[in-house]
Design a protein around this ligand. Structure first.
Ligand code: SF4
Length: 343
């Protein structure tokens, strides 16, 4: 919210309380703050809290809890998706979108097949959290920018959203609870550094440790080859105990051989502390390959460990309801490239 001071007869002094109420409770009720009727009406004239409409929620139960995907309709009719992921011990993470579609074109990703329809605005990004918490009643501890879109391709909106999420007067999240995931958007990583949020988490989507394979899976690698990515990531040490997340979508018969594990280790070696997150491939509507078997996953995790890498296996969640990693988006919305709307 921005304040139009001259136009408000009364109530400037409680603007912080109104703002906090809007972000924490998803409610804009100026009259609840002791304002006279005319002042409350003036507030309502100048400010609105418009949340996306929940189109549908689909969910899948598992041993770790319920994975739920919400499809949200934005003011212009386009839809974004956010996902509640159970992380065990009763904790959950909210995976949010930052773009409608995505222009990065990663071959293993449903969103990439849509192309970029438009960037989401800061308000739309923040509103995903408000809807999740206040409309759907979801409880989550962490937020990860790993839904639809490449977050750092929309840094103009995502970076201010990080400010709102961490603003003590707003959502008041601690930086440690937020992770930005990127395919390796070099300029975006540098902009993130300049933000000075030292406790924010960063993870990259690697998926191959050699340029030829990575470029065939992820077109960004042609612009930002591994050596350059390594160089930029090497300069990203926001704090002494920073651990870079390295996400690896395991695709059988594509990137699961012994030498692939070795190449990942070579890529990670100069980067300081890393955590390799192995994410089993989730087939979408036009699968690149099948999902890996448990034996294949275990074998590859073991290969990585033999290379001396710390590894975490991401248990597949939400695959049956197209809520898993790489499955978000509605390719029916795909359309010829339009001018990109910035907020
Ligand atoms: S993986 Fe991420 S960056 Fe790549 S196409 Fe999908 S949404 Fe875009």
């Amino acid at each position: 919210m921005t304040l139009a001071r001259a136009r408000l007869p009364q109530g400037h002094g409680i603007s912080k309380a109104i703002y906090k109420d809007a972000l924490r409770r998803g409610r804009f009720e100026p009259e609840q703050h002791g304002l006279r009727e005319a002042s409350a009406a003036a507030w309502r004239t100048h400010f609105r809290l418009v949340l996306p409409e929940v189109v549908r929620v689909v969910s899948e139960d598992s041993e770790t809890g319920t994975t739920a995907k919400a499809v949200l309709r934005l003011a212009d009719g386009l839809e974004c998706e956010c996902v509640l992921l159970p992380m065990g011990r009763g904790r959950s993470t909210l995976c949010v979108s930052s773009q409608i579609g995505c222009k990065m074109g990663c071959k293993f990703c449903e969103t990439g097949r849509m192309g970029l329809l438009r960037h989401m605005t800061t308000a739309e990004i923040v509103s995903e959290l408000l809807v999740a918490r206040n409309v759907l009643g979801w409880e989550f501890r962490n937020v990860v920018f790993m839904g639809m879109g490449e977050a750092l391709d929309n840094a103009d909106a995502v970076l201010p959203a990080l400010r709102v999420l961490t603003d003590p007067m707003g959502l008041g999240m601690s930086q440690e609870r937020i992770t930005i995931c990127t395919v390796g958007h070099l300029e975006g990583i540098q902009r993130l550094q300049s933000l000075g949020m030292k406790r924010l988490n960063l993870s990259i989507s690697l998926n191959a440790g050699n340029d030829a394979l990575r470029a065939s899976l992820m077109p960004i690698n042609k612009r930002a080859p591994l050596a350059r990515l390594q160089e930029v990531l090497g300069g990203h040490r926001p704090r002494a105990n920073f651990v870079l997340g390295v996400n690896y979508c395991l695709m059988p018969e594509i990137n699961d051989r012994d030498e692939h594990a070795h190449e990942i280790a070579e890529f990670c070696r100069p980067l300081g502390r890393v955590m390799v997150n192995v994410i089993p491939y989730n087939p979408g509507t036009a699968p690149l390959t099948r999902a890996p078997t448990d034996a294949e996953i275990e074998h590859f995790v073991e290969l990585l460990r033999e290379e001396g890498l710390p590894v975490r296996l991401r248990i597949t969640k939400g695959r049956t309801v197209m809520a898993a990693c790489g499955q978000l988006g509605n390719v029916d919305l795909r359309r010829p490239r339009l001018p990109i709307a910035r907020n």
